[in-house]
Ligand binder design. Structure first.
Ligand SMILES: O=S(=O)(c1cccs1)N(Cc1ccc(F)cc1)Cc1ncn[nH]1
Ligand SMILES: [Mn+2]
Ligand SMILES: [Mn+2]
Ligand SMILES: [Mn+2]
Length: 371
């Protein structure tokens, strides 16, 4: 009987491709050196984390999400070409994700909005309804999308370019992310890890129009810990050396992501916002605006604390939501995540993987044969 295979574009749910329900392990890396004996408070926090759920069940959930990510991006990397509309690219990735993960309410689905940031825009750009932007030959595109299974989010990203000019920039960032993954580990200090990432990034340069430019790590972007249904778990891995003594801890999940730039190496929030998320411990604010109340109910039902974008609100049946959306941001109930931009004319690149700090070894759960 012919083995059932994934279609192009991807449409076959993974439970049909993995009938035994067991999903492939990611890449295993040994921790660099024996980590110091854990203090009791860490022990207690660790036991708390484990008490939440049997790790083997959790690992299988996030491995399912990772396999969806690999199969969707394999198609996306082949399919995305200059001349395509950004909205069509986003919908292709989202339709593939929904089909393969077999989307089911808050049980499993899209982890956060499909980031399709171009050139000097490093992150958090997703086309809003009516966006007519078309991908160009000279563009450097960051594709950053998420898949979750039972709230376990895989956050992984890659950069595409169609002109070789910026290949050294992409190489620099890929190498810096690999350094971050290799140096990450239990008891590793976040500030120290940032220094290793910076060192790798700054050892590269890129020649543009006869001018040699240093590759700069973007100093105010960072990797981050990930908690169930919470894309930002509270710990940040900066990209430049700093004295943050906070340690990575056993059982934590991290998005290791690095960004390189030919510009200032610093981003600002600029342009129309697409990404939003309910703040996890938001204060209970009595909402007077009726439209804001009903929008918040829709957000709670459809997304919980997972980030969403305006196109997802429309897909959930919302319309004329902008005033209410901005009100919820102003009231401190929603966090807005505007596009993060270096200076116009500069180029930025990103690579990102999700890693699990398992007791015995690190698992690069989103590793694929592509990156
Ligand atoms: O910049 S972040 O807000 C952040 C980094 C460190 C502490 S918080 N951000 C988390 C996030 C925010 C909104 C999303 F829709 C998805 C993720 C990093 C990131 N963006 C995309 N992939 N990874
Ligand atoms: Mn990401
Ligand atoms: Mn991330
Ligand atoms: Mn703000």
């Amino acid at each position: 009987k012919k083995k059932l295979e994934q279609t192009e574009p991807p449409t076959v749910g993974l439970s049909k491709l993995f009938p035994d329900g067991k999903y492939p392990e990611g890449e295993l890396q040994d921790y660099k050196d024996d980590n110091a004996y854990r203090t009791t408070s860490e022990e207690k926090r660790y036991n708390e984390r484990m008490a939440m759920e049997d790790p083997e069940v959790t690992y299988n959930n996030i491995r399912r999400a990772a396999e969806v990510h690999r199969q969707v991006r394999r198609y996306a990397r082949k399919y995305i070409k200059p001349g395509m509309r950004m909205i069509d690219i986003a919908e292709t990735i989202e339709n593939g994700t929904r089909a393969l993960v077999e989307e089911n309410g808050l049980e499993c689905g899209i982890g956060f909005p499909t980031g399709l940031s171009l050139n000097h825009v490093a992150a958090h750009y997703s086309p809003n309804p009516g966006d007519t932007l078309v991908l160009g030959e000279k563009d450097v595109l960051k594709v950053d999308f998420g898949v979750h299974v039972k709230g376990r989010i895989v956050d992984s990203a890659f950069t595409l370019s169609f002109d070789p000019t910026y290949d050294p920039l992409l190489e620099a960032v890929k190498a810096a992310t690999e350094t971050g993954i290799r140096e990450a580990g239990i008891d590793v200090r976040l500030g120290e890890l940032a220094g290793y990432i910076q060192e790798t990034m700054e050892s590269y340069e890129v020649e543009v129009n006869g001018k040699v430019l240093p590759v700069k790590p973007i100093e105010n972007l960072s990797g981050h810990s990930i908690n169930p249904y919470q894309i930002h778990g509270g710990k940040s891995v900066l990209l430049v050396k700093n004295d943050d003594q906070t340690k990575m801890e056993e059982g934590e999940y991290f998005a290791i992501e690095t960004f390189g730039s030919t510009g200032r190496g610093k981003v600002i929030e600029q342009g129309e916002c697409s990404h939003y998320a309910r703040i996890v411990d938001a204060p209970h604010v009595p909402l007077r605006l009726t439209s804001a109340k009903s929008l918040l109910n829709s957000i709670n039902k459809n997304f919980g604390t997972l980030p969403f974008c305006r196109r997802y609100l429309e897909r959930a049946g919302e319309s004329k939501y902008l005033l209410a959306l901005n009100h919820l941001v102003a009231q401190g109930i929603l966090q807005d995540y505007p596009p993060l931009c270096d200076v116009r004319g500069s180029m930025t690149a990103q690579f990102e993987h999700t890693i699990l700090l398992r007791p015995t070894r690190k698992e690069v759960v989103s590793r694929g044969e592509d990156y």
